[in-house]
Design a protein around this ligand. Sequence first.
Ligand SMILES: *Cc1c(COP(=O)(O)O)cnc(C)c1O
Length: 384
Amino acid sequence: MKYRLLAPGPTPVPDRVLLSMSKHIIHHRTAAFEKIFAECKDGLKWLLSSTSAPLTLASSGTGAFEAAVQNFFSKGDTVLCIGGGKFGENWLKMSRCFGLNAVDIPVTWGHAVEINAVKNALLKHPDCKGVIIVASETSTGVRHPYEKIGELLKDRPQCLFVVDGITAMGVWDIAPDREHIDILVSGSQKGMMLPPGLAFIWASEKAWEQQSHANLPRFYFDLAKERKAQDKNQTAYTPAVSLIMGLHEALCMMKEEGKENIFKRHDRLARATRAAMTALGLKLFAQSPSESITSVYTPEGLPDDSIYKSLMKMGNFTIAGGQDALKGKIFRIGHMGYVDDIDIIGVLGSLEIILKKLGYEKFRLGASLEASAAILQEGFASKN
Ligand SMILES: *Cc1c(COP(=O)(O)O)cnc(C)c1O
């Protein structure tokens, strides 16, 4: 059976990208590598609508986050960490692990943060050195209103705005310059159509200024050293050469599709999936849903993981269940990166058959396809 990866990461990798990564490894201290790396930097600038490129690191996304904490903060610095999901909580734990005074701004899972909660925390901690948020909380499927927090922080020279954009980059128009983000972190295996293994970290001039006197220990992720190398289209240590080749190809594909079309596609697939779930009588989990994933309550009475397992058995689909407290309570369909309308139609049609088989009867066969088609047709209209 075809492998159908609709997880909230990793996500499918296009054949073109796979082939580009299957070539011989070129030596990285060569002009040939520098040319490819320079073009990757240009592509990433284009994607983020920025005049500066993010640094590309050989690690999972969490590595870039660790680099952010190590490079831009000092022991004892107060940072506000916005919760509301597994990743938000991870950054709180990580900040504490590195000796920061991390203040939790708790958010009910499934909800987006209230701007007033952030305003109040800023009043209580006027000298805080950073605010950390996850733009798209992959564990709950929520999109937080991070842009509004950027507005709140833009005139505070001592406070850095750190955004986990791991399931936002390549999905919507996240633009750190325009949105007053100081540090944007991302990874390869979500919206970027790549395998796991690369991380990206973009930093503002304000952040680099802080970096020069931040005092936490760092070595592999010494970003000043990395920046110096990457300014010359090199990397401080051996880069993940094959993944850089893949990145080059993925960015070519993105340019061919066009940014606006990429963002429209994600928005369309997300709206179609949500409309489909509602048409099946299922309840959406996220109050303010992200364009990258749809999280849905598992219907009452269905055993944990039954939908997940049946989709796997029926069509070799991989979706995801809930994590931590949400285990068995929700399922999550990923629709980011190399995912198209037909993938969504396939998973919805399969889901209908499975739900009927599992004894869930609150819908008429075809209901989700009808609801999604009303939205998916926008994509075809724009092609003619
Ligand atoms: C996947 C993900 C991460 C973790 O990335 P790794 O590559 O597994 O280290 C962090 N934050 C968000 C929002 C994610 O979706």
